[in-house]
Design a binder for this molecule. Structure first.
Ligand code: CP
Length: 313
């Protein structure tokens, strides 16, 4: 499903993969302007947006809702657990029924890879689909907000930047979107670290420096992007125990000293405190974790405006 039309205009946001550096930069610039106070509550006036989440969420759902409200949209929340999907209604029938109510924008989270693109392919002309996380494929607005956070901390030029991504990369849609964006924006060095069972075997890590040695990976990096350990990986036998994981891959203040003195720490949330990250790091001076959340509202405003605002991107 193409997300960009023949005129180069963004019709849906399904993935950051394939988006040009110019498109990414324009969205980030606009998000920064939103943060600096330039927003227009009439941009989405009269437009209805539905947050259609088939998986749990705190940050993504609420920040999309906040972003849409700040642009003047009517926002409809959909709770899968109390919806007619519990009676067997499909995601596509759900979308079509809500479309029939006059809703033009759908922010969708779904457990299956490609689910949002499939919905986009069947949506009515003029309906915009925004991927809020599908399977392990993509979480494009998380990737954008991470780039905005890095840009604010380290400057716009990523060519000298050494970035380390740590943890369950194999199952992480956040890592995939971050990798797409970091490559497009020209990050100087991308390191990836985690236990072998949690590293992808396909070409996801092409061009990255890959290691299982966390101490070595941390040396002199400018940014450490921690990933959530998905606890179900223990029941799948991919991780021995939470204690072992913390011993080998938990970010402690002692370990963080190996990074550059002004290194920053990111985590998409929700965090497993004491597992992949210690309290002293999560709440410490190098943590940008709540800045990421704040930036998420601005990024989602920029994306909603580009897709659905008057005049579009
Ligand atoms: N970062 C992120 O996607 O968080 P939520 O699952 O709470 O939306």
């Amino acid at each position: 499903m193409p997300q960009v039309d023949q005129d180069g205009r963004l019709r849906h946001l399904l993935t950051l993969d394939g988006l040009s550096p110019a498109t990414l930069t324009a969205l980030l610039d606009r998000a920064q302007a939103m943060l600096d106070g330039i927003d227009d509550r009439s941009t989405l006036e009269g437009v209805a947006v539905c947050t259609l989440f088939f998986e749990p969420s705190t940050r993504t759902r609420l920040s999309f809702q906040r972003a849409a409200q700040r642009l003047g949209a009517d926002v409809l929340g959909f709770d899968a657990s109390t919806s007619s999907t519990t009676k067997g209604e499909t995601a596509l029938d759900t979308l079509r029924n809500i479309e029939a109510m006059g809703v033009r924008g759908f922010v969708v989270r779904h457990a299956h890879d490609g689910a949002v693109a499939e919905l986009a392919a069947s949506a009515a002309p003029g309906t915009a689909l925004l991927n809020a996380g599908d399977g392990r494929s993509a979480h494009p607005t998380q990737g954008l907000l991470d780039m905005l956070t890095l840009r604010q901390a380290k400057g716009m030029d990523f060519r000298e930047l050494k970035v380390l991504i740590v943890g369950d990369v194999r199952h992480s849609r956040v890592a995939r979107s971050d990798l797409h964006a970091l490559r497009a924006l020209g990050a100087g060095e991308i390191r990836v670290c985690g236990p072998a069972a949690l590293l992808p075997e396909d070409d996801t890590l092409a061009g990255c420096i890959v290691t299982q040695d966390f101490e070595a990976a941390l040396e002199h990096v400018d940014a450490v992007m921690m990933l959530r350990l998905q606890r179900e990986r223990m029941t799948e036998g991919l991780v021995d125990s939470l204690e072992d994981y913390h011993r080998d891959y938990g970010l402690t203040p002692q370990r963080l000293r190996r990074a550059a003195p002004d290194a920053v720490v990111l985590h998409p949330g929700p965090m497993n405190r004491g597992v992949e990250i210690d309290d002293a790091v999560a709440d410490g001076p190098q943590s940008l974790i709540l800045r990421q959340v704040r930036n998420g509202v601005a990024v989602r405003m920029a994306v909603l405006e580009a897709l659905m605002g008057r005049g579009g991107s």
